[in-house]
Design a protein around this ligand. Structure first.
Ligand code: ATP
Length: 348
């Protein structure tokens, strides 16, 4: 069991606020992802849970017990870092075994536990190699096995995939998802990669400048972003955001017009739509503009327009082709549009 509660947590260094008023309950066995751009306070949050950073204000509770003053070694958290942090002079077997020795687990249990952890990350054939003799992906699997072997109450993972190449990232990501399903340990995972967040998380916490912007399931956050920051951070491509005015249900921006929006608002707004919800070649187009760029993805073609100084993307079929500069029409259905406050960026 490990339910983690963060109660009104703030972290300050002098006058600089790294994390502000964070309130969050992470359920037992939940896989929670902290997502946000560099410097938004993800790592600091995780380091406070691990006990590597003091909390300036607030309480951290695990299963109802306040742990603010517990030493890191007494918190029963296993950490996996981006940098692997392996011991270069120890082979894979001894690296995985290390936490068992540190925690004075009886020697008789070591072999079985090391072998089980090694099997879970498919490292059985590499047990006698040193870290320098391994690929990046294999090293990260050793780091994962070393976390697993402890059978901790909590896993803390800080960008564990960011040093891997794109292909290895996908397979290691699948392995982490599978492990979390098998092990059922409360996990906090830090990343700036929204695809990792969407694919791994039970819930995602989106942060910006030390402040939580939204907490929700990946689907919640994708379908109902709380503000333009979240909308522009989630999805590949991210939500398109267009500046303009709405009046009597019609949005008008530079080179774009969308009628039939079900909203009583009148005045300036930011309109959001997802590329996959729009279609090219429409007869009553919302957009009628030259193509700025085309991206062939194999299963789809992304058609990009430049609308009022911003990029607007529409996802077309895999066989759609148009020349750059050629005028193309596109429809953005009123029913899928999101409206955001033009000043605060909050969802209206
Ligand atoms: P990244 O993805 O780059 O690791 P992050 O979201 O994990 O970013 P943090 O490492 O949590 O960000 O840092 C949050 C902010 O706090 C940053 O602006 C950082 O410069 C600042 N910060 C971190 N550690 C300290 C420190 N010891 N003293 C002062 N400021 C710090």
């Amino acid at each position: 069991m490990a339910e983690i509660q963060l109660k009104n947590i703030s972290k300050r260094w002098g006058s600089f606020v790294g994390v502000k008023d964070l309130n969050l309950t992470i359920a037992d066995q939940e896989f929670l992802v902290l997502l946000g751009p560099s410097g938004c306070g993800k790592t600091t949050t995780m380091r406070m849970i691990a006990g590597l950073e003091d909390v300036t204000i607030g309480d951290i509770l695990v299963d109802g017990k306040r742990i603010n003053n517990l030493d890191p070694k007494d918190r029963d958290c296993a950490m996996v870092f981006q940098s692997y942090a392996l011991y270069p002079n120890l082979d894979v077997y001894e690296n995985i075994r290390f936490p068992l020795r540190m925690r004075k687990i009886p020697n008789a249990e070591h072999e079985e536990r090391v072998m089980r952890a090694a099997q879970m990350v498919e490292l059985e054939d590499f047990l006698h190699r040193k870290p320098a003799e391994l690929s990046g992906g294999q090293r990260q699997r050793v780091a994962l096995a070393r976390a697993i072997v402890r059978q901790p109450n909590i896993f803390l993972m800080d960008e564990p995939l960011s040093n891997l190449d794109a292909k290895l990232r996908v397979s290691t990501r699948a392995q982490i998802k599978n492990l979390s399903h098998e092990l059922k340990v409360t996990t906090i995972y830090v990343t700036h990669d929204q695809i990792e967040a969407m694919t791994l998380a039970d819930r995602v916490v989106v942060m910006s400048a030390g402040v939580v912007q939204q907490v929700g399931t990946p689907t919640d956050i994708y379908d109902n972003p709380a503000n333009t920051f979240v909308a522009s951070f989630i999805g590949s491509p991210a939500m398109n955001l267009l500046e303009g005015h709405i009046e009597n249900g019609t949005f008008t921006g530079k080179d774009v017009k969308i009628s039939g929006i079900d909203s009583p608002l009148n005045g300036p707004v930011t309109l959001g739509y997802r590329a996959e919800d729009a279609t090219v070649g429409a007869e009553n187009p919302s957009i009628n503009a030259p193509v700025y760029s085309m991206e062939l993805l194999g299963d789809a073609t992304m058609v990009t327009f430049r609308i009022g100084g911003t990029i607007a993307i529409v996802k077309a079929g895999k066989d759609f082709r148009a020349k750059i500069g050629e005028t193309v029409t596109a429809a953005i259905p009123a029913s899928i549009c999101h409206l955001f406050d033009a000043t605060t960026g909050d969802h209206l």
